[in-house]
Design a protein around this ligand. Structure first.
Ligand SMILES: [Zn+2]
Length: 194
C-alpha cells in the first residue's frame, strides 16, 4: 500500500464498483432509500480509511435529518467513533437539551455492535433498523443478554432489519467486509506484540 493512500488499491476498486451499483439501484422496498444513504456514507468512510459503516436519523415524517459514518481512524484516532456514535454525538451536540428522538428511526448499514447498542438505548431513539446483520454476532442478534436496567430502558424501543432489497443488504455487508481487514490490521498495530 502506498503511504499516501488510505486504503489498498483493490479495496478502493471494489468500493467504487459497489458505489456505482448503488447509484444505479432503483428503489423497490420501503427502506431502500434509507439503505442507499447508509451504504453511501459507509462507502465514503471506507474510502477515507475507516470501516465502511454508515448511519442516519429519520424524523417522524420520514425525512433524513442527519447522516454520518465511521470515523475511527481518519481524521484522527477515536476509539469510540463508530458510525452510530458519531451520528448520535453530532445530533446531541447540535440539539443540547432539546435533543428528543422519540418517533425517530436510526438506520445503520450494519447491525450495531454492543457499544453502539447501549448508546442507542441511552439515546432514547424509538426505532433502530440495520441494513445488514453482522452475521449473528452484533449487539442485537448476538448471544448477549442485556442487564436488567438496559433491558427495561429498551422495552419501548424497536430493533429490526431494514425492509430493503436483498441486494442492498448484501452490499452493506460487502463494503464492511472489504474494509474490516485493513481496520483490524491498524488496530493490531496499536497493541503490544503478542
Ligand atoms: Zn459500534
Amino acid at each position: 500500500m502506498n503511504r499516501a493512500e488510505p486504503i489498498a488499491a483493490d479495496v478502493r476498486t471494489q468500493l467504487m464498483a459497489l458505489r456505482a451499483e448503488v447509484g444505479g439501484h432503483r428503489d423497490r422496498e420501503p427502506h431502500d432509500r434509507y439503505s442507499r444513504i447508509a451504504i453511501g456514507q459507509a462507502i465514503e468512510g471506507g474510502l477515507e480509511g475507516n470501516a465502511a459503516i454508515g448511519a442516519l436519523i429519520v424524523d417522524p415524517d420520514g425525512e433524513v435529518i442527519l447522516s454520518e459514518r465511521n470515523r475511527m481512524f481518519v481524521p484522527r484516532f477515536r476509539s469510540d467513533f463508530h458510525a452510530e456514535m458519531v451520528l448520535l454525538t453530532r445530533y446531541e451536540n447540535e440539539h443540547g437539551n432539546e435533543a428528543d428522538l422519540r418517533g425517530h428511526t436510526l438506520v445503520s448499514s450494519l447491525e450495531p455492535c454492543e457499544m453502539c447498542t447501549i448508546r442507542i438505548i441511552n439515546s432514547g431513539v424509538t426505532n433502530t433498523l440495520f441494513v445488514a446483520s453482522d452475521l449473528g454476532k452484533g449487539g442485537m442478534t448476538g448471544p448477549n443478554t442485556l442487564a436488567a436496567h438496559w433491558a427495561r430502558l429498551a422495552e419501548p424501543q424497536t430493533f429490526a432489519t431494514a425492509d430493503c432489497s436483498p441486494r442492498l443488504a448484501e452490499i452493506a455487508l460487502e463494503v464492511f467486509q472489504a474494509t474490516i481487514g485493513g481496520v483490524v490490521k491498524k488496530m493490531m498495530a496499536r497493541r503490544l506484540p503478542g
